[in-house]
Design a protein around this ligand. Structure first.
Ligand SMILES: CC(C)(COP(=O)(O)OP(=O)(O)OC[C@H]1O[C@@H](n2cnc3c(N)ncnc32)[C@H](O)[C@@H]1OP(=O)(O)O)[C@@H](O)C(=O)NCCC(=O)NCCS
Length: 177
């Protein structure tokens, strides 16, 4: 199946409103590593976060995902960059739910993986996903991620500790596909 075309562009302050709105949607944020309070972030906190990403002061390489028509639909990032061992952690969210299950997540991941391996010279790009986030795990497997192991009680979600699965894809596996 051909993947839909996406553009990964730099964040701008005009992204703040969409981001704030998406974080009000409990279905979107359920599996995202955010505070349990609701809303998880105020507008001001959202703006400060985007500004920190733009100024590269928080260690995140975060990009906005847009469709070929220019619709802003989510974000994707690489963080915890370990230059010595050449690996980093991936995070992704399609915030606009109308784009779920249409291949946009896969397409955005493919782009950031290519960028991370080429531009950051990484050897491995790993991620942590809650074990009951079935849809996300299926997407990761589809792109070539394999399981590394279970991180026990790794996230405190709504007052309950949940296990997370650690997965990764290696440069050699990604470019072999
Ligand atoms: C997890 C998430 C990023 C996945 O992104 P997505 O765009 O919804 O999913 P994908 O790109 O993998 O889409 C694949 C699905 O689209 C279908 N699809 C439709 N058209 C397609 C195409 N042209 N190419 C590929 N797949 C297509 C696939 O068959 C598959 O459907 P299925 O799951 O019913 O088998 C997204 O659902 C999300 O943001 N969720 C909330 C936040 C979250 O959980 N983030 C991850 C935290 S670890």
């Amino acid at each position: 199946m051909e993947l839909p075309y996406v553009v990964l562009r730099e964040l701008t302050l005009t992204d703040v409103e969409d981001r704030y709105k998406w974080c009000l949607d409990k279905e979107v944020i359920r599996y995202l590593n955010m505070p349990s309070k609701y809303p998880p972030f105020s507008r001001k906190e959202t703006e400060d976060w985007i500004a920190a990403c733009m100024n590269k002061t928080n260690g995140y390489h975060q990009k906005s995902i847009t469709t070929k028509e220019g619709n802003h639909i989510g974000w994707v990032d690489l963080k915890n960059v370990d230059k010595l061992n050449k690996h980093a952690e991936l995070g992704i969210a399609i915030g606009d739910k109308t784009y779920w299950g249409r291949g946009y997540g896969l397409s955005a991941m493919k782009e950031i993986l290519r960028w991370g391996f080429d531009q950051l010279d990484l050897n491995k790009i790993w991620l942590r996903v809650e074990v009951d986030n079935v849809k996300a795990i299926a997407s990761y497997k589809r792109i070539g991620y394999v399981e590394e192991g279970i991180l026990r009680q790794d996230r405190l979600r709504d007052g309950e500790f949940v296990d997370r699965l650690r997965m990764s894809v290696l440069r050699s596996e990604f470019f072999d596909k």
